[in-house]
Design a protein around this ligand. Structure first.
Ligand code: PTJ
Length: 269
């Protein structure tokens, strides 16, 4: 091995060692998890790019769960508890970012996890299923039904899951499936840090929050609400306006950018 090759090898080993006192430690560790997910064949390479877009929105949102996000998370839980057949859709990013948490939420809400990916191969779906099975939730991954009206691979669903679901939680969704799910008469709950995405605009409930915070928050609300009456749950859901959530998210970004421009960055992050 030449001197230069040795140097590169040392550098690439060092890159894996993120010191705990690094100011962006949490954020960098999340990236490492996605990279590990990619190496395991769970996360798509494109998932790393999608995460970068999410990070950018998280940054300008101040990397915290705002009141509008907490409200949407609570309403989402109430709606899932009211639903007859709620399902949680899981893709490659979700599987590695919150495997334990999404499995706990699935059990609390009695909503199975369904592996549903944009970058499809049956082998990949099976890998994600196997990976999630370790965390103890019911996983649907039969890929034995089709959502009419959609040409890409997210149309391939499980007959027992999204196909017959009345409410679907779709974290980190790509645009057009949300529309089709709605055309099929389903309620859609999106988790998307980008309030401008088509999914965010079309969903019934949009959680503008990082999935790594959103799911733990939803677990807390599920524990709080699981013994609530139908009337209480309906009141929570009926009081909700998704346009208002998106407006508040955009205003928060605007105000944060104004503060950043005025040199008050440390007040935000
Ligand atoms: O695993 P697959 O094959 O289903 O592929 C998954 C990706 C994410 C690659 C695919 O669905 C995709 O291309 O998605 P998009 O169209 O890039 O949309 C992903 C959305 O999720 C973007 O609007 C991001 O801002 C948002 N996002 C990314 N990371 C997070 C996030 N939202 C919440 N929490 C995050 N950590």
């Amino acid at each position: 091995m030449g001197e230069l090759d040795k140097f590169y090898k040392t550098i690439s080993n060092l890159q894996c060692m993120i010191p705990k006192d690094h100011p962006r430690y949490e954020s960098l560790m999340i990236r490492e998890r996605l990279i590990e997910g990619y190496k395991m064949g769970v996360t798509a390479l494109q998932g790393l790019i999608a995460h970068g877009r999410g990070e950018m929105f998280d940054y300008v949102l101040g990397e915290k769960s705002h009141d509008f996000a907490l409200k949407a998370e609570k309403v989402a839980v109430a709606l899932m508890l009211l639903s007859k057949r709620p399902v949680i859709s899981v893709n490659g990013n979700t599987a590695v970012l919150v495997p334990k948490e999404i499995s706990e939420l699935s059990r609390l809400l009695n909503a199975p996890l369904e592996v549903n990916v944009f970058h499809f191969s049956k082998e990949r779906v099976d890998r994600i299923r196997k990976y999630l099975e370790k965390f103890g939730a019911e996983i649907l991954a039969n890929c034995d039904a089709e959502l009419k009206g959609l040409s890409h691979a997210r149309r391939i669903v499980d007959r027992r899951g999204i196909y017959v679901a009345d409410t679907v939680l779709v974290p980190l969704e790509d645009g057009d499936r949300c529309e089709i799910l709605k055309k099929h008469g389903k309620k859609v709950i999106a988790i998307d840090l980008n309030p401008l995405s088509r999914t965010a605009m079309k969903a019934d409930i949009t959680i503008v929050d990082n999935i790594v915070r959103a799911i733990p928050n939803m677990i807390k609300f599920a524990k709080e609400l699981r013994d609530a009456s139908r009337e209480e749950l309906e009141e929570i859901v009926n009081d909700y306006n998704n346009k208002e959530t998106l407006r508040l998210a955009l205003e928060t970004i605007r105000d944060n950018l104004t503060k950043i421009a005025e040199g008050k960055l440390r007040e935000i992050i």
